[in-house]
Design a protein around this ligand. Structure first.
Ligand code: ZN
Length: 877
């Protein structure tokens, strides 16, 4: 059943306080919940029954103001609700439920992971713990008492401050926690288990000492330092950049092995997927270090953007997620290389979010309807939502944006609000009219900007015409033009940045060399004066809006921009466009096409010029991914794309063989391991060079890889060598390295996940039969989302040539696994199915088979609501 934003009603009853007592046992848990409830003065529904949400609960008792209620007479239990027929305007309700965390495989609500109790309540998991009006606009103050066995659960945690603890006899004990800040139920958390505590402190800007604690299993005690440092950096950054100080005396992070997503921002008690918090030089790659820093920051930043100011309803999810992703992305840019971070964000957006926006599940940043909210934790809500906030930042400038965020936090502290409230605060603080801009929240689909230009040599005027169109998406046609900030520059023939004069008068010396044009109409023409020659345009600098740009670039212009554009992002982008163009022309005429010599020369220049920012060079050397090439194509033939890309890669590697060897050596050595942009770039360059050399069966490259594999003192280099070997034709070296790697790291689940993933992503080691063997491996675990993702998710999402095998075997395989998982963990099943939902996009031979596989899932008996929504929407699209 579908829920509509237009049907939003304020809650009929409000809950002021929640008093919880958890009695945890091996065979289940009893939950006593006492709510103080009153009628909502703003609700028109007077004398309505009080309806609470519940899911898979065993109800033991209900009392109202101390009086036991009778089933059938005083209350009714339907599948999903507890309805108290008659209630006074103010009352105290106690509900006692029995639940079985040890049998909870959905990993929503209270469940067990490696023997410890933990929770995940966002979005609607609290109702799996007790009956409650489980919606974010019901905010209450929580007190939580946890009783458990002392030996198996020495550590008992919940939100807020611990205010009481004691012994209960017979080997049991309790701790009571109190959270002074009113919060929605989705921010509730509880952890009970045998954990070690890593402790540190942070002194806030106003001089308060905050107790910081990271809780992990004993074997992970040495892997918390990076997360702790990241946390302290995040706390400082949020004070400096947003003026946000932490508000409780204690901040806790817990690492959990079985977790459906990355991490969760529960008030004062963040719970993390182990893979998003634990790291050491030997076990985590540079990418993992950066990811951990970003996720720790993201969850910490939610304390203000999400917890202090929360969402009125789940249609507003991007209010907290889009804003918080924007915040963590700016933080990461400040901690490392801003250009590289922008490239990574734009790549994710253009590859995966654009695909989502063009597919059957396309939805606006603020959706108008949904069936299962778990399906809407999407790239659109998170990443496109962050781009929308970034555009506000661009339009207002940093000072007014900060005024706007200050106003937003001040005005709405302690409230549950909407994306509209956010935009309103930005408008009020800046005096800008964002009426048209709001369409970004309501219209789905990626705007397409078609740019054309001409140069009038007589008048020295360069004219740029930009047309915008927004494609139709499910349930939305004939869209209005959006307000788009479009950053650009113009380059002269020497590569010099030209002054951008929008008027014929005025003096060139004062004109800026970069401008943000504001597009608001279907077609607009801009004139630039005083230009002696036709310039080369550098369009949509820094990816200033989440849009596609079409302009008839010549290869010569792209080569020119690759080496001259002062905007690093656009240098990279020009290289990508050139490579895309070269690969695409190989696809359309595979036999005849010669591979563009200017591409080779451009790469040669990149490898040779040590004065360039090496972090940018490392990015520029990465060819556009298969996923991106598929996204760009109209009716993609995956096998042809794969072959063409491989051909370009090996042509580059063959032509640049000596430069690659030199690059490898130039970036080897250089002191102790550190995680800085410079040393990350060195490792990236070295590992790219290595992988290219192995691709062309270069024996010297093979020897370097074997040596690097065994000598490595860090995971980036060890994994770089392993990956190069796994993707090579050196079968003996590949098996030997894989066996050694497993042997070395078999006791570390996070590394075993990487071992699965490197195989499942390889077109050499990850063909379907090999992937099926991985599923039978002793370390594979059908109950652990990370293992599922690292084999099945990686195969279907990253090993595209194997997954899209023209015989349809990859599709059938995915359908089978999705059906199997739907019974134990529907959220994971509904996420894994995503690659099949894009069936319509592909060339007919593929799409027919993908459609068939989806049909197989649709016909499964007892489809979960999660999977039902995704499968039906994509079949009906
Ligand atoms: Zn978030």
């Amino acid at each position: 059943q579908t829920i509509h934003l237009s049907e939003y009603k304020v809650p009929t009853y409000l809950v002021d306080t929640v008093d919880l007592c958890f009695q945890l046992y091996d065979d289940g848990a009893r939950v006593h919940s006492t709510l103080s409830v009153r009628q909502n003065p703003e609700s028109k529904d007077v004398s309505a029954p009080f309806t609470l949400d519940g899911d898979s609960l065993n109800l033991e008792r209900v009392t109202l103001d101390g009086k036991a209620l009778v089933a059938g007479d005083d209350y009714e239990e339907t599948g999903e609700h507890l309805v108290i027929t008659e209630v006074p305007s103010q009352f105290e309700l106690t509900v006692v439920t029995w639940i079985e965390p040890q049998n909870n495989t959905r990993l929503e609500g209270l469940y067990k992971s490696s023997g410890m109790f933990c929770t995940q309540c966002e979005a609607e998991g609290f109702r799996c713990i007790t009956y409650f009006p489980d919606r974010p606009d019901v905010m209450a103050r929580y007190r939580t008492r946890i009783e458990a066995d002392k030996a198996t659960c020495p550590v008992l945690l919940s939100n807020g401050n611990d205010i009481d603890r004691g012994d209960l006899g017979s080997g049991r004990h309790f701790v009571t926690w109190e959270d002074p800040f009113p919060k929605p139920s989705y921010l509730f958390a509880l952890v009970a288990g045998d954990l070690v505590e890593k402790q540190d402190t942070f002194t806030t800007c106003s001089g308060r000492d905050i107790d910081l604690r990271i809780y992990v299993e004993t074997r992970n005690a040495a892997k918390c330092e990076h997360a702790m440092d990241s946390l302290k950096r995040s706390m400082r950054w949020d004070e400096e950049v947003y003026g946000r100080e932490y508000d409780l005396d204690i901040f806790m992070i817990v690492a959990v092995d079985d977790f459906n997503m990355g991490a969760m921002e529960n008030k004062g008690l963040n719970i993390f997927n182990s893979s998003c918090v634990l790291a050491s030089q030997e076990t985590a790659t540079d990418l993992a270090f950066q990811r951990i820093e970003a996720i720790v920051a993201h969850e910490y930043f939610h304390n203000w953007s999400g917890n202090r100011v929360t969402c009125r309803d789940w249609f507003q999810l991007s209010l907290k997620e889009g804003f918080t992703v924007f915040r963590d992305s700016t933080f990461s840019a400040d901690m490392g290389s801003p250009t590289v971070k922008r490239i990574e964000d734009a790549t994710l957006l253009r590859t995966a979010q654009f695909a989502e926006d063009a597919g059957p599940m396309a939805h606006p940043v603020r959706p108008a309807s949904y069936m299962e909210i778990s399906n809407f934790y999407t790239l659109t809500i998170y990443e496109k939502g962050a781009e929308v906030v970034r555009m506000i930042h661009t339009l207002l400038g940093p000072e007014l944006f900060r005024k706007g965020s200050d106003l937003y936090f001040e005005r709405h502290d302690g409230q549950a609000v909407t994306t509209d409230d956010f935009v309103k605060a930005m408008e009020d603080a800046s005096g800008r009219d964002l009426t048209q801009f709001r369409l970004w929240y309501d219209q789905a689909g990626t705007p397409l900007l078609t740019v054309s230009d001409n140069y009038d040599s007589e008048q020295g005027v360069y004219r740029l015409t930009i047309q915008q169109t927004i494609p139709d998406t499910p349930e939305q046609t004939n869209k209005q033009s959006q307000h788009i900030p479009f950053a650009l520059g113009l380059l002269g023939i020497e590569g010099e940045a030209l002054p951008l004069r929008l008027e014929s008068t005025g003096d060139a010396a004062n004109a800026p060399t970069e401008r943000v044009l504001e597009l608001t109409e279907a077609s607009q023409t801009f004139e630039f004066y005083g230009l002696a020659q036709k310039p080369v345009p550098s369009l949509l600098r820094h990816f200033s809006a989440p849009v596609r740009v079409v302009y008839p670039w010549s290869r010569e212009q792209l080569v020119f921009l690759m080496s001259h554009d002062p905007d690093g992002f656009n240098r990279w982008d020009a290289g990508q466009r050139l490579a895309v163009d070269v690969i695409q022309s190989l696809i359309s005429s595979p036999e005849t096409a010669e591979i563009e010599p200017r591409l080779v020369e451009a790469y040669r220049a990149l490898l040779a010029d040590l004065s360039l920012d090496q972090a940018l060079v490392a990015k520029m050397l990465q060819l556009p991914s298969e996923a991106y090439l598929i996204e760009l194509a109209d009716s993609p033939d995956v096998a042809a794309i794969h072959r063409a890309r491989e051909r370009v890669l090996s042509h580059l590697a063959t032509s640049l063989r000596d430069e690659l060897v030199a690059c490898y050596h130039a970036n080897t050595g250089g002191g102790a391991y550190e995680v800085t942009p410079e040393s990350i770039a060195r490792r990236s360059l070295r590992n790219t060079a290595l992988s290219w050399l192995l691709l062309i069966n270069d024996d010297a490259g093979r020897d370097l890889a074997v040596k690097q594999y065994s000598d490595a003192d860090n995971m980036t280099d060890r994994m770089g060598a392993l990956r190069a070997l796994v993707n090579s034709d050196y079968a003996a070296e590949r098996s030997q390295a894989l066996a050694d790697f497993y042997e070395r790291f078999q006791d570390d689940p996070q590394v075993v996940e990487q071992w699965f993933a490197v195989q499942a992503s390889s077109d050499r080691a990850g063909q379907l039969p090999q992937v099926q063997t991985l599923l039978k491996h002793a370390a594979f675990d059908w109950k652990n989302p990370n293992k599922i993702r690292s084999v099945i998710g990686v195969f279907a999402g990253q090993n595209l040539a194997a997954f899209h095998n023209p015989d349809g075997s990859g599709y059938g395989f995915l359908a089978d696994q999705v059906c199997r998982l739907d019974d134990s963990n529907p959220q994971i099943a509904a996420r894994l199915v995503a690659p099949l939902t894009r069936w319509k996009k592909f060339a007919p031979t593929y799409s027919a088979l993908m459609h068939k596989a989806l049909g197989k899932i649709r016909d499964k008996p007892e489809l979960s609501a999660d999977l039902y929504e995704v499968v039906h929407k994509s079949l009906e699209a």
